[in-house]
Design a protein around this ligand. Structure first.
Ligand SMILES: C[S@@+](CC[C@H](N)C(=O)[O-])C[C@H]1O[C@@H](n2cnc3c(N)ncnc32)[C@H](O)[C@@H]1O
Length: 368
């Protein structure tokens, strides 16, 4: 097709052009939000206790006088994307002249509430860690990596694995650990409190790659008869304190997994290639109790939505972003139902059940 010919209408050309424009500058959305988070705008609005006017927001931010006009523009794009709401407040500025002035007033949305500094469900660490230069730099080398034999773009650029890279950089280690912890608070609410039947009757559980143990703590608290163990890399669990029915082990899941009634794998298998995931699953199969004694593996992961209906388009898009993240940082991938099934059967499991839980994720119960 000759795009300069009359076969292509001007409108079609403009639409194609706009697709490229909007794609190339779409990094502005997260970068604008990052600026707002770094300036502490969500907390300033929250602490104000009521919608905040633009002028009050500017004074609270200590913006340089030459740049105050930029805050309106920053807020305008963030309102457009749904991170804040804006309403017009009419303020009488000069009573004698009877002049009215309209000023924007900003409020938080549920999304910006999740960006407040404190609170167990805060999403700020996850948001900031994804934009950290350590994680963003490898993206510039994706095409080079596709033409060489390096394991991951992250390793090609930084000369170490993602886990070593995170562990060696205190800023990223903090953000990553906090990001995992706040996600686990959310999942604990949804899965541990909301799907109690999954854990009822169990007597021991190992959370593999369980981080600082937020999920395991919730399980141990809600089910005092379950002895919980968190197995993670030594640098992750080094400062973790156990309780009566919770303990921490520093180790490597590829080497040994302690025997248990059940194993939990939350956000683990998507980090690894099929070969590596199979190795982990085989270790789990060896570690859990037999079918007769009620052994099972509980997995919280995405199951790729294929051919999404309109209402699932945005969830499917998020899953595809995660799949690319796994390609760039790690050797992993997101998987569809058939790919999960192939892995489970190859690892020696007999059947499994998928329960969609929250947004883009599912609960998979896998049985020997
Ligand atoms: C994506 S995080 C998930 C953490 C936690 N399950 C959650 O969902 O919040 C993956 C975890 O696997 C751990 N990990 C990576 N390699 C490991 C290994 N070889 N043995 C044990 N844990 C490992 C990491 O330290 C990290 O805590």
């Amino acid at each position: 097709m000759d795009i300069m010919s009359n076969e292509v209408s001007a409108n079609e050309l403009l639409q194609a052009h706009e697709l490229i424009w909007s794609c190339s500058i779409s990094f502005i959305k997260p970068m604008s939000l990052k600026c707002a988070v770094e300036l502490g705008i969500p907390d300033i609005i929250n602490n104000h206790g009521q919608p905040i006017t633009l002028s009050n927001l500017i004074s609270a931010l200590h913006i340089h006088p030459s740049k105050t006009h930029c805050i309106y523009r920053l807020m305008r794009i963030l309102v457009h994307f749904g991170f804040f709401t804006a309403t017009q407040k009419v303020a009488m500025v000069d009573h004698e002249l009877q002049q009215d002035d309209k000023e924007e007033e900003y409020s938080l949305t549920l999304a910006s509430r999740l960006l407040l500094k404190d609170g167990p469900l805060r999403a700020t660490p996850f948001f900031l860690v994804q934009l950290d230069p350590l994680l963003v730099t490898p993206w510039h080398s994706l095409s080079t990596w596709l033409q060489n034999s390096d394991r991951t773009p992250f390793e090609m650029v930084h000369g170490k694995t993602f886990w070593d890279g995170v562990g060696d950089e205190p800023r990223v280690k903090y953000l990553f650990t906090e990001a995992m912890a706040s996600d686990s608070h959310l999942m604990a609410k949804i899965v541990v409190e909301g799907c109690k039947h999954v854990f009822e009757g169990l007597t021991s559980l190992v959370d593999i790659g369980g981080g600082t143990g937020i999920m395991a703590k919730a399980i141990a608290k809600n089910f005092p008869n379950i002895n919980c163990t968190v197995l993670d890399l030594p640098y992750v669990v080094e400062n973790s304190q156990g309780t009566k029915n919770l303990n921490f082990i520093g180790g490597d899941m590829f080497e040994a997994i302690p025997p248990a009634n059940a194993i939990l794998l939350k956000w683990i298998l998507h980090d690894w290639s099929d070969e590596e995931a199979l190795m982990i699953l085989k270790r789990c199969r060896e570690a859990i109790w037999s079918k007769e004694k009620g052994g099972k593996v509980i997995i919280i992961e995405k199951v790729l939505i294929e051919n999404p209906e309109i209402d699932k388009k945005s969830a499917a898009e998020t899953q595809l972003y995660f799949d690319m993240l796994m390609m760039v940082n790690l050797t992993g991938r997101e998987r569809n139902k058939r790919e999960w099934e192939n892995l489970f059967l190859a690892a020696g499991f007999s059947h499994f059940k998928i329960t969609p839980i929250a947004g883009v994720r599912s609960l998979l119960e896998v049985y020997p």
